[in-house]
Design a protein around this ligand. Structure first.
Ligand code: HEM
Length: 442
């Protein structure tokens, strides 16, 4: 392949900065249109926006070892620690080994009855209601599902307090904050880059960033992260966590601690618990909320049970919770004669690929029937809701099983209509519906 590129200069970046901070997806879409890779130069550093999903797949699968999670996630590490999702090798390997057993097909089979019982209880509580809070029902269900299956619900602190802390904390983790942190981090360290105009550029950019993120930074001063850590610590030290249950994540963390005491101290375990709780409930909660919104908008209410898989796949296409997968290049990558240099920041965006009409005709239309007779493994190459390669989602089967069970029960309710207009997308660390509407009985 002959890789085409375009370069966005620092001047253009500056002009577009307010736009980038407000609607990152719009600017990324605009910049993605004319080439396979868009290089955004910023002083002595560069972002490589990967516009061609085939190159993105190669990077995630073939060049996985050349990439690390890098600076982008520093701010997320401050909130949830350095668990499997955020750690780089060799720590990632140690962590993955400790948790992977709870995600095998055999274990997922065992969770299905829990998912099923919890779904019926949840739906029993709403079946006669005249209105339902979409975000709450989705998030309550997915958090309880993760607690019940992976932690056998050994929560000392009520999960609803955890949910409040979690929501406030993750609102702070906006995509904008992640991106601006990278820009703030770029140091004018070498002599070459200490030219006066560069110092001025950095000063102006940093001021703009501070203006835009003031409100969000104030929130970071709160104690939500500390509360979440206490919640996870309670799980480790809870007396009931000593039982031997091979579907219990705490069992595996204890085993790991017994064989590698130096690594698996309490903090390392807390990081892992928070990671699994975050990765394991927020993504599925957002997907379920979008399923309910999109199907109601499309008049598919009650949800047609026979199309649940297609509905899930189509929702993950239009609203992939992990909408951007940032990476840093730790050793230069040569693809078809084109070099992405060491130190570059790479942005891979399933959100952009999922809306390309070359892969998905009439891409903005919610159309579950495009998945008729298409299994997940046969999806177009541009479809990456769970990422790909060694850093792809370990919880994919867990998530699909849990969502199927919930939606099968939810299909017994309705018909519904939305209380307001369709919500906008909010580009946080995950993609959420902003100002989620309520369901009203029709
Ligand atoms: C609809 C639901 C979900 C979606 C869309 C999703 C998506 C993703 C994506 C895209 C990644 C890769 C991130 C990257 O490449 O930077 C990932 C990683 C991960 N996911 Fe999920 N996920 C979902 C549900 C879950 C669940 C239910 C769990 C656990 C209970 C989970 C646990 C993880 C973990 C631990 C990782 C890190 C894997 C590693 O780096 O080795 N996810 N997820």
């Amino acid at each position: 392949m002959n890789i085409s590129t375009q370069t966005i200069t620092v001047g253009k970046l500056l002009l577009n900065l307010p736009f980038l901070l407000k609607n990152p997806e719009k600017l990324l879409t605009k910049w993605s249109q004319k080439s396979d890779i868009t290089i955004v130069s910023y002083l002595s550093s560069s972002f490589y926006l990967i516009n061609n999903p085939l190159i993105a797949r190669d990077l995630l699968i073939k060049y996985e070892e050349n990439l690390s999670k890098g600076t982008f996630f520093e701010i997320a590490r401050e909130s949830i620690g350095n668990g499997t999702l955020l750690a780089d090798e060799p720590e990632h390997g140690i962590r993955l080994d400790a948790i992977k057993n709870v995600f095998r097909s055999k274990e997922i089979e065992q969770y299905i009855s829990d998912f099923n019982n919890l779904s019926s209880q949840t739906i029993q509580n709403v079946i006669d209601k005249e209105s339902v809070d979409i975000r709450k029902i989705s998030q309550d269900f997915t958090l309880q599902a993760a607690m019940l299956t992976l932690f056998k619900s050994k929560a000392e602190t009520p999960t609803n307090q955890f949910q409040i802390d979690f929501n406030l904390e993750t609102e702070y983790l906006t995509a904008t904050r992640l991106l601006t942190r990278v820009i703030e981090k770029i140091e004018l360290s070498d002599r070459k880059s200490r030219r006066p105009y560069e110092i001025v550029v950095k000063f102006v950019v940093n001021h703009m960033i501070h203006l835009f993120s003031y409100r969000l930074r104030r929130r970071a001063e709160s104690l939500h992260s500390a509360n979440m850590r206490d919640f996870a610590k309670d799980l480790i030290y809870s007396p009931s966590s000593v039982s031997k249950d091979e579907t219990d994540l705490l069992f595996y963390l204890r085993e790991a601690q017994a064989s590698n005491k130096d690594f698996w101290n309490a903090d390392a375990q807390v990081d892992e618990i928070l990671t699994v709780l975050l990765a394991g409930h927020e993504t599925t909660a957002n997907t379920l909320a979008w399923v309910i919104i999109e199907t109601t908008k499309a008049g598919m209410t009650p949800i047609p049970v026979q199309s649940i898989d297609q509905i899930i796949f189509e929702t993950l296409r239009l609203h992939p919770p992990a909408w951007i997968l940032p990476r840093q290049v730790n050793s230069a990558i040569m693809i078809d004669g084109y070099e992405i240099p060491t130190g570059a920041n790479v942005l891979i965006s399933p959100y952009i690929y999922h809306r390309m009409d070359s892969y998905f005709p009439d891409p903005l239309r919610f159309d579950p029937s495009r998945w008729d007779n298409v299994q997940f493994k046969d999806a177009p190459a541009a479809y990456l809701p769970f990422g790909a390669g060694g850093r792809g989602c370990i919880g994919q089967r867990f998530a699909l099983a849990e969502m199927r069970e919930f939606l099968t029960e939810f299909a017994l309710t309705g018909p519904w209509q939305l209380s307001g207009s369709s919500p906008k997308e909010e580009f946080l660390l995950t993609l959420r519906p902003e100002g989620c509407p309520t369901l009203i009985k029709r």
